[in-house]
Design a protein around this ligand. Sequence first.
Ligand SMILES: Cc1cc2nc3c(=O)[nH]c(=O)nc-3n(C[C@H](O)[C@H](O)[C@H](O)COP(=O)(O)OP(=O)(O)OC[C@H]3O[C@@H](n4cnc5c(N)ncnc54)[C@H](O)[C@@H]3O)c2cc1C
Length: 408
Amino acid sequence: MSKKIVVLGAGTGGTIVANNLRRHLPADWEITIIDRDDDHLYQPGLLFVPFGLSSTKKLVKSRKKYIIPGINFVIDEITRIDPEKQQVTTKNHTFNYDFLVISTGCRIAPEENDGLLDTWNKTAFSFYYLDAAEQLRKKLKEFDGGKIVMNVAELPFKCPVAPIEFVFLTDWYLKSRGIRNKCEIEYVTPLPGAFTKPKASAVFTESAKEKNVKITTGFELNMVNGKEKYIESVQGDKVNYDLLVIVPTTIGDKVISDSGIDDGIGYVPTHHNTLKALKHERIYVIGDATNVPTSKAGSVAHYEADVVVFNIMAEIHGVKPEEIYDGHSTCFIVYSKGTSSLIDFNYRIEPLPGKYPMPKLGPFTLLHETKMNWYGKLGFEPLYWNVLLAGRHLGAPPTLVMAGKHVG
Ligand SMILES: Cc1cc2nc3c(=O)[nH]c(=O)nc-3n(C[C@H](O)[C@H](O)[C@H](O)COP(=O)(O)OP(=O)(O)OC[C@H]3O[C@@H](n4cnc5c(N)ncnc54)[C@H](O)[C@@H]3O)c2cc1C
């Protein structure tokens, strides 16, 4: 009888895991990957769309093309996960599994924020999915002065550097249009600083000062008033805006909560180091669907994929899963069209200055704005499609490497 692995979600994490498992396992292991559609979106590219630096067409490709032969790709809505029966239900089928990988990601839920939907794409915009990014591009193009507020509604949210990149790029964009002196930019966040890690926060705050971007911290969104154009915090503080750009409340996929395997906000309680579901045997979790305390980022899903594949292989061979994953995350932070910074960190080690990936040589510079980092950001897109999704890596381990980093 064949043995079965089912992967839920064919985004960044799911595609890498399925491809990697296919390479490692003999043909009597059946691998199935399920997603609701065939449109793989390169999400980091969404940041560029509002500024006309990328187009929505360029960012979507067929998932099928990136799933290697020997894997069943099923297009269907996943409706239920039953860990007791080791069974997954979709709208049209039922799948039994020996091992399950949950990689259903997370989604923004503007309906969770009071007043937001009343003014969605009127005074409040986003760039976290394709159509939203396109609407914002049109709005920014006709913007001729006033106050732009970038707000994050609630923690956790996807790609914690994206809102910082957005305000920095807004500064560049308004300057390039010659209207920066007629505009104010403010970043309003529930975090105690510009970013989740204090040392990097201090660096980003200094850069924001140089760009005349105001940062308001500790602001927990209570409601959006689109008529009078302000946002109000739970504590009653108000911030006025002319154009609001928002990352609404972010939650895990409905199937996770509907199946009763979530932590209350749609994420699967996951072992921080083995990436195994805490309450269920034979289930691993990867990427944005986990509740592990690191960034919800594609780099994280990529590093985690190596660990999940390793541990599933270990279990297949009757060995206990290993506590390998250390929260490793790597992110470019675009400063303007032409410059970018880069951070590399894990659960314990904050972003540090230095060179990456090779000590002394780089070519990338950590925690510092350079042109080479910008080329790295641009180069990442073809690397993503042609190398990383296939489940290949560049010889680097999934965990943080200290070589090249300056401590102290
Ligand atoms: C604006 C923006 C900028 C970003 N920039 C960066 C960056 O610069 N660097 C970086 O590392 N990361 C970045 N990210 C984050 C990165 O894209 C995500 O963290 C990454 O894609 C997560 O991978 P995942 O596999 O967990 O989820 P996803 O790639 O989102 O895949 C989840 C998949 O599951 C499917 N799915 C979910 N539920 C169901 C269901 N019920 N039935 C069927 N299918 C389902 C979805 O259709 C989707 O394809 C950015 C994200 C955004 C929005």
